[in-house]
Design a protein around this ligand. Sequence first.
Ligand code: NAP
Length: 249
Amino acid sequence: MDSTKRTAIITGAARGIGREIAVSFYKNGYNVVMNYAGNDEAAGETIRLCKETGGEGRIISVKGDVSKEDTAKSLVDAAMDEFGSIDVVVNNAGITKDTLMAMMKTDDFDRVIDVNLRGAFLLTKMAARPMMKKRYGRIINISSVVGVHGNAGQVNYAASKAGLIGMTKSIAKELAGRNITANAVAPGMIATDMTDAMSDNAKEQIKNSIPAGRLGTPEDIANAALFLADEKSGYITGQVLLVDGGMGM
Ligand code: NAP
């Protein structure tokens, strides 16, 4: 057991934003418990990239669907067994199943809510117990600008991401007295597999609407998560930090 370092659980960390969050936290000395859905090869690559940073913590991975209670339990058990504490939870795992509402299947609505919102609830609820006992914690939920502003073709996704914001603020109120903060990061358009599926034309149009003049990088989001996870950020809670190059102004 290694209880000398801070420990962070990061969901959906095999690829994209979650991977970069895992690498940044590891580099900054955290022990990392990473989760992913099924891509073993990508998960292995995240572990390799973490170790390459020379960080002095340890990293373990837990495969599993965040919408299942068992996965939340496995993540919390793994963190407590291996590292003896949970200091940070980053609820990052997320999916899209985009189409206009008229065509949206109820199953696709439910699935996006299950992964993006229920998943964050299950893990936060379970991780909050040891955090409350320790009287320390940082909960970071990866929402989206779409949760703030809405987006045609993303009724399910926008609902899940707006739900995360309401959940974050409620958790912040419930746990502030225990020295546990809860904040949401709302990324704009970030270059990952999730956005890669868009046509170059659509990407160019979005880029032109971003005051910063570029898409965001996973590192832009990881930097925000690191900041909110810091011990010195203890008086920031219930906030939504838009990391979007000014897109949502
Ligand atoms: P991504 O590249 O598609 O990666 C998603 C990660 O989540 C993968 O590691 C995947 O695991 C994992 N995952 C998917 N479903 C899961 C489940 N049911 N249980 C556990 N893990 C699961 O996505 P991304 O672009 O990095 O997005 C990360 C987060 O940022 C999401 O919440 C997304 O909504 C949010 N976000 C992204 C953008 C953007 O522009 N990219 C903008 C705003 C918000 P496998 O690798 O095993 O499949």
